[in-house]
Write a protein that binds this ligand. Sequence first.
Ligand SMILES: Nc1ncnc2c1ncn2[C@@H]1O[C@H](COP(=O)(O)OP(=O)(O)O)[C@@H](O)[C@H]1O
Ligand SMILES: [Mg+2]
Length: 151
Amino acid sequence: MRTVISESAEQTKTIGRTFCASLRPGMSVGLIGELGAGKTQFVKGMALGLGIDEDEVVSPSFGLINEYEGDKKLYHVDLYRLETNAEIETLGLTDYLRGSGLCVIEWADRLGEDLALLDRIVRIEILSGNRRRFTFPEGTDIPYLEGLKTL
Ligand SMILES: Nc1ncnc2c1ncn2[C@@H]1O[C@H](COP(=O)(O)OP(=O)(O)O)[C@@H](O)[C@H]1O
Ligand SMILES: [Mg+2]
């Protein structure tokens, strides 16, 4: 695991943007962290990395998914309102995970066992104030992250 500390929402966006550059088309990313952790800020960063206006990035208010058009498509899923854990297939997400775009899923822990089907899991913990600890999978090798503090 690779952990880094973000000290601002801006920094979280930079983390998201540089992380995005490490992904290949068709990859899926699960974000796990409590309300206010910075999952949506991280998605804004990913969007910036794809040439999408960050202001377009808002949590889907109708349905589970927003679709943004950039260098690649970005599918933005938010499972916050799920009452119980659900499977990818039941949610109708299978095709989004197979396409050539990128798919990022907030509250990915609500996928239960299907979490294992995602390519990358990023955990975000609130430490205090504006400090957040990001935990990336083993082997996440991103120059920008190397310059950040760990704790
Ligand atoms: N280091 C940080 N990273 C991300 N967001 C931060 C940070 N510090 C403060 N914030 C604030 O916390 C909130 C995070 O909101 P959001 O990204 O919507 O969280 P989530 O999607 O996880 O519920 C925003 O208001 C943001 O400005
Ligand atoms: Mg959110």
